[in-house]
Design a protein around this ligand. Structure first.
Ligand code: ZN
Length: 145
């Protein structure tokens, strides 16, 4: 059901050029993303992902980020998140497996990342996720180009 709504929203946004190559995804105090799937239109040279935290909790306790990697690499990145720590937004610094990432945000905050789509392939499986410790099991989805 949620998948259908996301697709409907995407097809509506195709009508307005300004929103064509951008999406806003919300996260909350329940450790959830509001989308399980994001599809990038083929016409987009770059794509903006805006992560909003609509909850109240501080990023120390319920921080979220939006990270993109190939599906094969996601678990490996998450395994190093705790060691990387909050100062590195729970991501191993300079890791080439990370294709895009926002910073870790808390309740009421927003961050945007711009993805250069020329480095992405439609034949590759991509996953987006939150790397805050313990969130990966629930906070992830499929990213399609
Ligand atoms: Zn999270």
């Amino acid at each position: 059901m949620k998948k259908t709504i996301a697709l409907l929203l995407l097809s509506f946004s195709n009508a307005t050029m300004a929103e064509d190559c951008a999406v806003t995804i919300e996260s909350n105090d329940m450790m959830q993303f509001t989308m399980q799937e994001i599809t990038v239109p083929a016409s987009c040279a770059s794509f903006d992902v805006t992560l909003k935290h609509v909850g109240q909790l501080d990023k120390k306790y319920m921080g979220h980020n939006w990270v993109l990697s190939t599906t094969d690499n996601a678990q490996g990145i998450v395994n190093e998140a705790l060691k990387a720590g909050p100062d590195n937004n729970y991501l191993p610094p300079g890791d080439a497996r990370i294709l895009a990432a926002t910073k870790i945000i808390g309740g009421g905050e927003t961050d945007t990342v711009t993805i250069d789509t020329s480095g992405l392939s439609s034949s590759q499986d991509y996953t987006f996720f939150c790397s805050f410790p313990g969130h990966f099991a629930i906070m992830k989805g499929s990213f399609k180009v």
